[in-house]
Design a binder for this molecule. Structure first.
Ligand SMILES: [Cu+2]
Length: 485
């Protein structure tokens, strides 16, 4: 590294080169909106890693939500936020589906696109939706350069339809189309995934949800029926290919293949009965999914419905990998209620892990010395990770910021496996996002006034015995990308 005062150095250069210079210190460059239109926590779609100009880049799947609701169905279709439902057609009494295993350029959130493997142009694959008693026929076309199979995870079927490469069938070679046929004998929430070179193919995205509705219409159906599939990825900063060989050091965590702020919110009207069918096919992690603003009941697993007397109230549900859990609640309190994994590295993104610990470090001297070489540089992280997002650091090409995204009040310091349940008295008729919740007067936490403190006898400078008595560190309150210092 041989910077001159005017040299343009990306943050990645800094992270990779300067990290060696200063050991574990965080040395990051403040973004300047004037010099980089992509500064900030989100970058334009498709900005990153463009291939050669001569060849048009492949279409990128950006997580639009599509349901399939043909005439004549007796169930309310499941909504897969950021995902789609696989269409089917009836042929001589068989419900016929076509899954195409193929490479997919997939956007995890604006700013990060990677070359994954999925189905029908999607990562993860489309949600399969059918009814108990259906005779289903799946054609599976392999457009990968590798062999594959599909396993119907949790579905009761003949052994030869179970989709385990080598055990229950021959692998589907590139270019081949295989056929699976079985009758659905159960209802509930299940999944499907590749069962050939599982580690590689699943860690590249080859999975989806498989919902089976009861044969008879439900007596008390939900008003809104959602499904969220959890998974995890290793994508080196700036890389275009997820690394399926990583065992422990995952750095991108997703619901339905999207990482916040790329996740679509779940909407509900006050009084709605809401069902959320959670699945987890992460290669290595369980997840602890926590929902704010309500209690819920765990009403089913992939083993079946839990009898009502056995359903237990919860606010967090542990999701072992390879399992589904279905939760239900009545949306009672309007608001923006976050839903996220409570394993807190799972709400961070690519660069939010494994930094050297500089909490509490006095970096002034180091800043001064390095600024002689690289004007404007500063050590970050001495008060934690929040400032990384707040200060709108310049992101390397094709990467996510360390944390979160912009909220209506401040920067949201969670990302990854994170979404928002938006409960409203009324919702837009077109199903669109109602925007941020506007708290009624008197229901929003704000800074206490001096009068209030005096009235209630509260002394912010009270000595708690730590010796810190009233000393306050520097404060960040940054929403615009400019540092308040
Ligand atoms: Cu998790």
């Amino acid at each position: 590294m041989n910077p001159t005062p005017n040299s343009k150095i990306t943050r990645r250069d800094l992270v990779t080169q300067a990290a060696a210079l200063v050991g574990s210190g965080l040395l990051l460059r403040k973004a300047s909106a004037a010099e980089d239109p992509h500064a900030g926590h989100q970058m334009a779609h498709g900005n990153a890693g463009a291939k050669s100009a001569a060849k048009a880049p492949p279409a990128v799947s950006t997580g639009t939500t599509e349901i399939f609701a043909p005439e004549g169905i007796h169930y309310k279709p499941v909504i897969t936020p950021n995902g789609k439902t696989l269409p089917w057609k009836m042929v001589d009494g068989w419900k016929v589906f076509h899954l195409i295993a193929e490479p997919v350029s997939h956007e995890f959130a604006p700013g990060l696109v990677a070359e994954c493997w999925g189905y029908n142009g999607r990562v993860h694959g489309p949600t399969i939706e059918a009814v108990e008693g259906d005779k289903v026929r799946f054609y599976v076309t392999n457009r990968l350069e590798a062999s594959t199979t599909i396993h119907w995870h949790g579905i009761l079927l003949p052994s030869g339809m179970d989709g385990v490469g080598g055990v229950s069938q021959k692998a589907i070679l590139p270019g081949e189309t295989y056929k699976y046929e079985f009758t659905l004998k159960q209802h509930g929430t299940f999944m499907y995934h590749s069962h050939h070179d599982e580690m590689t193919q699943m860690q590249l995205g080859m999975m989806g949800m498989f919902i089976i509705h009861p044969k008879e219409p439900e007596a008390n159906p939900p008003d809104r029926d959602y499904t969220l599939l959890s998974s995890e990825w290793k994508i080196e900063v700036g890389a275009r290919r997820p690394d399926p060989n990583e065992m422990t050091d995952m750095n991108v965590f997703t619901f339905n293949g999207r990482s916040f702020p790329g996740t679509a919110p779940l909407l509900a009207k006050k009084g709605d009965k809401v069902r959320i069918r959670l699945g987890n096919l992460s290669t290595m992690s369980h997840h602890s999914i926590h929902l704010h603003g309500t209690t819920f009941k765990v009403v089913a697993t992939d083993g079946g419905q839990i009898p009502e007397a056995g359903q237990w109230p919860e606010i967090t549900v542990i999701m072992p990998t390879g399992s589904t859990r279905t939760i239900e609640f009545i949306a009672q309190e309007p608001g923006d209620w976050v839903m996220h994994c409570h394993m807190l590295h799972h709400v961070m993104t690519q660069m939010g892990h494994k930094f050297g610990n500089v909490i509490g470090m006095d970096a002034k001297g180091l800043d001064d010395r390095i600024s002689k070489l690289i004007p404007g540089y500063m050590v970050m992280g001495t008060t934690g990770m929040a400032e990384m997002g707040e200060m709108a650091m310049e992101s390397p090409p094709n990467s996510l910021p360390m944390v979160g995204g912009a909220g209506q009040y401040d920067y949201i310091t969670m990302g990854g496996m994170f979404t928002i349940l938006k409960v409203r008295e009324t919702l837009p008729a077109d199903g669109s996002d109602p925007g941020w919740y506007q708290a009624p007067p008197g229901t929003l936490s704000v800074a206490a006034t001096a009068d209030e403190l005096r009235r209630d006898g509260i002394d912010p400078k009270m000595n708690t015995g730590t010796g810190a008595g009233g000393k306050v560190a520097r404060a960040f309150r940054v929403k615009t990308g400019e540092c308040a210092m």
